[in-house]
Design a protein around this ligand. Structure first.
Ligand code: SF4
Length: 318
C-alpha cells in the first residue's frame, strides 16, 4: 500500500524543535501510524527563523485581533510570518490527506488555545494557533486533529477513517473523474456514510442522482466536500448499529431465524456499549460474504482502514 502523505507538527516526531529545545514525541504517531503514513513535518516557528531555544510567544488579543506576540518582548509579533509559512506549506504539500497538530501551541493549536489580554490576564480558551488557522483556511478539505485528542478512541478512529477515505478519493477519483467512476466510488462508502451521518447519506444520494445536470468536475468537488463532512461526524454506537441493521436486511431470506436472532442480539449489545464493534461486525460480515454480492463485499464499512490498527476493538463511550 502506498503510504498516505500526512502533515505533522515536527515536535511530535520527537525532534527537539520546541522553544525550550525539547520535543513532544507521540508514540501512536511514531510507533503505529507511521506504518501507514509518510509524515511531512513542519515546525513553523523554526521555519520563520525564531531559532532553538527561543523566547516564548502566546496569543495576545491586540486591538480586538488575535496576534501571536512575545511574552517578554511584546514588540515581537510573528502572526504574519506564521500566516506566510502556512501559505508556503500549503503550496508545498497539496496532496496531504490529513494533518496532526500539536495542542496548546500559539502556532499549531487547533482547539481551545488560551487567549490573553495585553494586561497579561487570560481572557478565554477560544483561540487557534496562527499557522494552523491559516493552513486550515487554505485547505478546508484536509482532516485535522490535535495529537492530544488522538488518545480518545472515537476521535482517533474518526480521524484515521477520514485520512484513508481522502487518500482513496485522491488515488481513484480526484483526477479524471467520470460519472461512472463517481457512482462506483460512492457505492463502496454508502454504509460507512450511513454510520457517520444519515443526513449526509441523503444529501450525497441527491447529488449523485442528478449527475448529468452539472460538469462532472464540479460534482466531484462537491462530492468530496460532502463525504469529508459526513465522515467528520463521529460514527457513534447508534450510527454503527443503524448501518448494521440495514445490512442485516440483506440476510432476510438467507439465514435461519436463530442466526438472525443471534445477530440482532449482538448488534443490540454493541449499541448498549457491552461489546466492541468488531463483535457484531465479524458475524454480520461472515453471513453477508456468503451471498457473494460485490456491492456488499466492497463496502468500506467493513474496514475503513487496516484492521491491524485495532480501532474497532474498543467500546466507544457514545
Ligand atoms: S508546536 Fe508547532 S511551533 Fe511549536 S515546536 Fe511543535 S511544531 Fe514547532
Amino acid at each position: 500500500m502506498k503510504k498516505i502523505p500526512l502533515g505533522v507538527s515536527q515536535c511530535l516526531l520527537g525532534e527537539p524543535v520546541r522553544f525550550d529545545g525539547g520535543h513532544k514525541r507521540n508514540a501512536f504517531l511514531i510507533d503505529v501510524l507511521s506504518n501507514y503514513v509518510e509524515f511531512q513535518p513542519v515546525c513553523p516557528e523554526v521555519a520563520i527563523g525564531l531559532g532553538i531555544p527561543r523566547k516564548p510567544i502566546r496569543l495576545i488579543v491586540t486591538d480586538g485581533e488575535d496576534r501571536i506576540r512575545g511574552i517578554e518582548n511584546s514588540d515581537l509579533d510573528v502572526t504574519d510570518g506564521l500566516y506566510r509559512e502556512a501559505e508556503k506549506a500549503a503550496g508545498q504539500m497539496p496532496d496531504i490527506c490529513g494533518y496532526v497538530f500539536m495542542q496548546k501551541s500559539p502556532s499549531c493549536a487547533v482547539f481551545g488555545l488560551k487567549r490573553y489580554g495585553t494586561n497579561g490576564y487570560s481572557i478565554d480558551s477560544r483561540g487557534r494557533g496562527a499557522y494552523a488557522k491559516r493552513f486550515m483556511e487554505l485547505m478546508p478539505l484536509i482532516p485535522v486533529e490535535e495529537a492530544g485528542r488522538l488518545v480518545d478512541a472515537g476521535l482517533r478512529e474518526n480521524f484515521i477513517a477520514r485520512i484513508f477515505a481522502l487518500q482513496d478519493w485522491r488515488e481513484n477519483l480526484q483526477h479524471e473523474p467520470t460519472a461512472k467512476k463517481l457512482v462506483e466510488f460512492y457505492s463502496r462508502y454508502k454504509y460507512q456514510v450511513m454510520a457517520h451521518h444519515v443526513p449526509s447519506y441523503f444529501l450525497i444520494g441527491k447529488l449523485l442522482a442528478n449527475l448529468s445536470e452539472h460538469p462532472i468536475a464540479d460534482t466531484n468537488n462537491k462530492f468530496i466536500s460532502l463525504l469529508m463532512s459526513a465522515l467528520g461526524h463521529p460514527a457513534t454506537r447508534k450510527g454503527n448499529a443503524n448501518a448494521m441493521m440495514h445490512l442485516r436486511g440483506y440476510l432476510k431470506h438467507h439465514i435461519s431465524s436463530l442466526s438472525k436472532q443471534e445477530l440482532s442480539q449482538l448488534i443490540e449489545s454493541y449499541a448498549k456499549g457491552v461489546v466492541p464493534l468488531v463483535v457484531p461486525l465479524t458475524l454480520l460480515k461472515h453471513h453477508l460474504m456468503t451471498l457473494d454480492n460485490p456491492y456488499l463485499k466492497n463496502q468500506t464499512f467493513w474496514s475503513p482502514y487496516p484492521e491491524e490498527l485495532g480501532l474497532r476493538n474498543v467500546v466507544l463511550s457514545v
